[in-house]
Design a protein. Sequence first.
Lengths: 252, 480
Amino acid sequence: MLKALLARLNQGHRTAVGIPEALPDRTLGRPRFQPVRCAEGCSECARVCPTAAIVPGQTLDLGSCLFCGECARVCPHGAVRFGRSPAMAVRRRSDLVLSGPDLQLAEALDEQALRLFGRSLRLRQVSAAGCNACEADVNVLGTLTFDLARFGIDFVASPRHADGLLVTGPVSRNMREALLKTWQAVPAPRLVVAVGACAISGGPCFDHEQTCGGTDGLLPVDLYVPGCPPNPWTILDGLLRLLGRLEGPEAG
Amino acid sequence: MKPEILSYPEFSKKLAGRHLAALMGLPGRSGSVLMVAVTTPGAPSAGEEAGACPPGGLQLPATVVEGTFPSLTLEHPQAHGFEREFFEEWKVRPEGHPWLKPVRFPQGQPGLTDFFKVSGEEIHEVAVGPVHAGVIEPGHFRFQCRGEEVLHLEISLGYQHRGVEKALPGASPARSMAYVETLAGDTSVGHALAWCRNLEALAGIRVSARAEALRAVALELERLANHCGDLGALAGDVGYLPTASFCGRLRGDLLNLTGLACGNRFGRGWIRPGGVAWDLEPVRAEQIRTRLAGIMRDVRQALDLLGRSGSVQARFERTGILTREAALELGLVGPVARASGVALDCRRQFPWGPYLDPAFPVCTGLLGDVACRARVRIDEMEVSAAFLDSLLAHLPEGPLRVGMRAMAPKAFSVSLVEGWRGQICHVAATDTQGHLLACKVVDPSFRNWFGLALALRGQQISDFPLCNKSFNLSYCGHDL
């Protein structure tokens, strides 16, 4: 017992106070996309993109982007640059399709929904062919570094105890029914959070017949968190914005 | 190396006493299928000094099959899963297979299949999944119980099937890297490494000593993070919260070291064909080394608490025993097999770069219970930490990446990497143009799931979470 107390003292207080403004130097945060810089006929970025997320001179779809950074590396014109801000979650799928440098970050739920969920949000997580990276970075929110419960957010075992679903993975055909049944078991009103490129667009498996290409068209998604996997800070940032706990301009 | 085509009886004989790393099909002439086995030497006998697994000795026996063939499983139980997979993929039936069931349900309706049933007045059945209670991947577990005691557990997966293996040969280089890095997301480095080493072998290029060293750094950091997380989760499953919460945080700190090196906490984007994409300049290498030393201090303290707690050890010891014989018969791999006394480790058997050390320690256990599986992970963390400490202090010079060349036509390559869960086997074959014709991926989980089913026999059903965690297998790595 004494040893445990000593260890507790030794390990110290590790809970982070706020969301950092910048991720570590090599980590790719929110990109700045400036298609006006694209040269006519150049398609270097599209050639190296694993998920066809970028249309030269037009759009960059953060919902498909795996944040490998290859586009920024090969672009001779600096049309894509990755910043270090973790804030990237949005409320509408179309907001992830960038056609310029601006990104409309997630707004808070409406007043009625905030009254219901604002101080206590219970989520049931469903991995629908997630590779266990998004799952790991969702799980990590429960560790003492992030201490998700201090914001009133928790994961529960039964969908009947949940206020919504947090979905990861491209939704394999073999998980489609289980996902929909879990959704039906959540009492309304209910939320859906799609975490990671797979859950948003299918990720690397976007056009496979074995997957449904993400949650879109299957469930009404309230929050999209891009990344492969999203950094835990990105997920937390998104959840807090959804609950109106984080406002104002994003960092970085 | 090329597969050696043999008659069926000779082929079957060639498997005796060997470890079956993979069994795969290649399209043959006029509707036949060439069945290729990848085998490595079997484990040294139990009496020999631990860590005596012999280096090298890969064999590729092959045979032509059509329509049906006599099942290998009866003589070589480790072929059971491979044969089920082979049947699902090639529609060639292994006659006499004891339980020829779907593996991944590529036609849909996962879980709709026969299950082994125990009958009797006191018998009850418990079905769990696909959606589980925690934040984990989906799968279905069917227990046959008498009271609390589990008589039999059957695991039915396939819910995570994404068609990745099939899509690999035709994918663009960028997309195939994304596929292998998400094959099993917690093993991004292991699979990326196995994949790249095959491409490099087929193209006939050698990566630099520096790139090999950085790849080893990535692989061992991945092992450290996952082993640390597993040990914390084991503590959590017996309700020992100090170690559970310390290790949960420390696992994140270890992932952050990988993030510091390449930007991605899972090592995605670090390993690329021809070498690595990110260097560790001296300051960064030293920063990682210092932070690792600090993390390991905290890890030791957290694990010391775990070891000293009598109530924890009482729950770990003699729970979920997997005998050495069972582990060998089923061809189990990784820390799970080593905890049962199977001294096989690819870092010793097929070493490269910084692993070319004939004394590289192989950590084993004797009993094959949860306590041994925890112990092997603890020992392996120490080995990896010491290895990283000296490697980071003396990174060899050399280019990060060498240019890829065209791959040889009609060539065959096998890559074996010791991921944190065990042996990762990738096989790649090229066609007459030097394009990828077929790829085979064997995640360690493909074998080890059956080990979990066996370890549960005679256990209390309430010990399932603990046993499951002591294996901690990948669902998507199995379902591909």
